[in-house]
Ligand binder design. Structure first.
Ligand SMILES: Nc1nc2c(ncn2[C@@H]2O[C@H](COP(=O)(O)OP(=O)(O)OP(=O)(O)O)[C@@H](O)[C@H]2O)c(=O)[nH]1
Ligand SMILES: [Mg+2]
Length: 695
């Protein structure tokens, strides 16, 4: 299929990494030739992507458009006369201010620009932090950070190129900057030139600026196109500017740097990084390093969990007899506060429930419930992302990756997997998001498919609720075996997938620069957290909301589509009665098994709902009560606990897997793998447990 053709120019200062990126994008299918009629070497390559055919040209490096070398002339003629659909300007992250100068000059010429920040691996090691989103906002063009060393998403760059080519992103007009006292002259010249209407190929404002900068080539072009009267007026204005303003070219250069410095002071932070000392060898020792890494993570999680739900601090406090303190910790935990505000909101709407119960339920359970199920995740995700960013920014993350590599590599994973793996215990969503920095796309895919086996905090809450119904000893066993099984399943499934893909998969490799430690910067943490959380809320939020509305609908309407306040009569409960095969493999059958099937279904929205559905549908206040209504044995509860830990990523995770992979197939495969594994493992664990307990 021959798609729409998009012509792309790669431009940048010398040595910024244009050709390296160009070669990665074109996978080195490059023809080298001279620019027509010139002795300037140009690489040409082609890529087919999403039904488009991209023709890319990699031009030699230039500093600007001012010295009028062959290369510069070719570059600007290429932009003006070849009419590329998109100009990719490469900026070197290690010297952002200096190399952005060319980007500004290109932007004065055309708005159809994608800005690429190269060598991000080196920048971080040198303590340079750039808020790419901020720069993108400031200049109104897409910005893509890349590193050919730690890998980059070629697809993301191609997507942005297409976005600009299709007019979905980028500037409609070239950049207009404040020319430092020369604005009047720029304006008058622009008006004169555009009035004459004869400089078709050249944007009038840009020509005006160039003339003020003393561009003799363009002056010739202008002279030959304008009438002699018109040209005389142009010369008079230029003369006046030179007389009154001094050297206009200098003023214009200053104006560009003023803009760059303004952007840099807002969006670029530099820290002093001490030259790397002796290698922190402790992180290279196989066993010690893993223990250290786990220790660090466990302490982080204790803190994050406590902040988020109060657990485990509340349990510790109440075990020590400080019941008051425990309930305060719970009440003022983040999820406690979110819950409190939603309870307040729903009770405000309470009077409505008597007037129009269906509408009330729509607003409270549907809309507010949907928003709440996003917001309930948010505090945890925000806290987790903050922790992740701090660990990354300080330089701890690469060390932990190094520390864990020898263990993970036995499972077909690399040290890059350690971080998402650990984050998964907090919440699978940031874990899935954190796979983004994995340079190996095959490994990343495997992680997307398996990370949801890691029991997140929501599943911990469910397990704790389940275990509240059994003896202390048995509850400890349930908790421990669910966790161990989940981690084992994660590792085994990864190993199997790795073996299956072995033919094209390389040995797990860890390619990363281990930068010097430095104090994490509040501003950088803020930028990165905001970017990740925004990404989650925007992309996954809608799916979560839609999913919640769907579950509200099937639990609030009867099959004849009339509203019912009684879940027993709802579509979901009727359907669950037909879905008892869901619970049969767990050894749960009988008249009430549909309630468990229903809670497994609602648990898809958020795992916590497994428990609340059980309570609501059995009309009990405690899990113990629900168990006796359902007639569940301790062993059946064990099976249910293991199953709940393993089955189906929750809706938020599914939405995130989809938004990260952009593939329905990958997303559905992840769901399928988790269901199959959940059934197999639950059945196996159930029979072993029943053998052991003699029941
Ligand atoms: N560490 C690191 N080095 C890089 C990266 N990208 C490019 N380089 C190095 O930077 C140097 C210049 O790369 P090129 O791709 O040749 O740069 P260019 O912009 O095409 O240079 P000219 O064509 O000469 O203007 C090479 O030594 C690359 O290996 C990167 O992401 N990380
Ligand atoms: Mg090059």
């Amino acid at each position: 299929m021959e798609g729409k053709v998009i012509k792309v120019l790669f431009i940048g200062q010398p040595n910024v990494g244009k050709s390296s990126i160009f070669n990665m994008v074109t996978k080195s299918h490059v023809e080298v030739g001279n620019w027509p009629g010139k002795t300037v070497a140009v690489n040409k390559g082609e890529v087919s992507f999403k039904g488009y055919k991209l023709i890319l040209y990699d031009l030699p490096g230039i500093y600007g458009f001012t010295t009028l070398t062959q290369e510069e002339l070719v570059a600007r003629e290429a932009i003006l006369l070849e009419k590329p659909d998109v100009v990719v300007v490469v900026v070197d992250s290690t010297i952002p201010e200096r190399t952005m100068n060319l980007a500004i000059q290109v932007l004065e010429l055309t708005g159809r620009v994608v800005l690429v920040f190269s060598k991000t691996d080196l920048a971080h090691g040198r303590g340079i932090h750039i808020n790419y989103e901020g720069v993108a906002r400031e200049l109104n063009v897409p910005v893509v950070p890349v590193s050919i060393v730690s890998g980059f998403e070629v697809e993301r760059l191609l997507d942005e190129i297409i976005n600009v080519a299709e007019g979905r992103k980028g500037r409609r007009e070239p950049l207009r900057i404040d020319y430092n006292g020369l604005n009047e002259y720029v304006d008058s010249l622009e008006e004169m030139l555009s009035r004459s209407g004869r400089l078709k190929e050249y944007p009038a404002r840009w020509v005006a600026v160039r003339l003020l900068e003393g561009d003799s080539v363009l002056e010739e072009v202008v002279k030959s196109t304008l009438s002699s009267d018109e040209f005389k007026r142009v010369e008079e204005l230029l003369g006046e500017a030179r007389r009154l303003i001094g050297v206009p070219a200098e003023r214009i250069t200053e104006a560009r740097f003023k803009l760059i410095n303004a952007i840099a002071s807002k969006h670029i932070v530099k820290v002093k990084v001490k030259p790397r000392g002796p290698s922190p060898s402790i992180f290279y020792k196989p066993v010690v390093s893993i223990l250290i890494a786990l220790g660090i993570y466990l302490s982080i999680f204790m803190l994050v969990f406590t902040l988020n739900t109060g657990f485990p601090l509340n349990t510790i406090l109440s075990a020590m007899g400080f019941e008051n303190a425990a309930s305060i910790v719970e009440e003022y935990s983040l999820s406690g506060l979110v819950e409190k505000s939603f309870t307040a909101l729903t009770s405000m709407l309470e009077p409505m429930s008597h007037v129009n119960p269906a509408l009330y339920s729509f607003i409270v359970d549907g809309v507010i419930g949907g928003v709440a199920s996003i917001l309930v995740f948010l505090p945890l995700i925000i806290v987790m992302v903050i922790v992740q960013v701090i660990v990354e920014d300080s330089g701890l993350a690469p060390r932990l990756a190094v520390a864990s590599h020898s263990f993970f590599s036995k499972m077909g994973l690399s040290g890059h997997a350690f971080f998402p793996f650990m984050l998964g215990f907090g919440c699978n969503v940031p874990a899935v998001l954190a796979t983004r920095t994995n340079p190996n796309s095959v490994e990343r895919l495997r992680l997307l498919l398996t990370l949801s086996f890691i029991p997140c905090q929501a599943r911990l809450v469910v397990l704790l609720a389940f275990t509240s119904a059994v003896s202390r000893l048995f509850s400890g066993l349930i908790l421990l075996s669910s966790y161990l099984l989940a981690v084992a399943v994660f590792l085994v499934v990864n190993y199997v997938l790795y073996k299956l893909s072995r033919s094209d998969a390389k040995e797990p490799q860890l390619l990363m620069e281990v930068p010097a430690f430095h104090r994490p910067l509040a501003r950088v943490v803020y930028w990165k957290t905001l970017a990740t959380v925004k990404h989650f809320a925007k992309r996954a939020g809608l799916v979560i909301f839609a999913g919640s509305m769907f579950v509200w609908f099937i639990t609030s309407f009867t099959t004849s589509l009339t509203y019912t306040g009684n879940m027993d009569e709802s579509i979901a409960s009727i359907a669950s009665r037909g879905l008892q095969f869901i619970t049969a493999p767990l050894g749960i059958t009988g008249g009430n098994a549909w309630i468990i099937a229903l809670s497994i279904i609602t648990g898809f929205i958020a795992k916590e709902l497994v428990v609340s559905t059980l309570l609501v549908a059995t009309g009990s206040d405690t899990v113990r009560g629900a168990m006796s209504v359902l007639g569940l044995s301790d062993l059946q509860l064990f099976s249910l606990a293991v199953f709940t830990t393993l089955y189906m990523p929750c809706l938020a995770t599914v939405a995130t897997i989809y938004s990260e992979s952009r593939s329905v197939k990958t997303t559905l495969t992840a769901v399928a793998i988790s269901l199959v594994a959940a059934y197999i493992v639950t059945a196996a664990a159930g029979s072993i447990a029943s053998l052991l307990t003699g029941g």
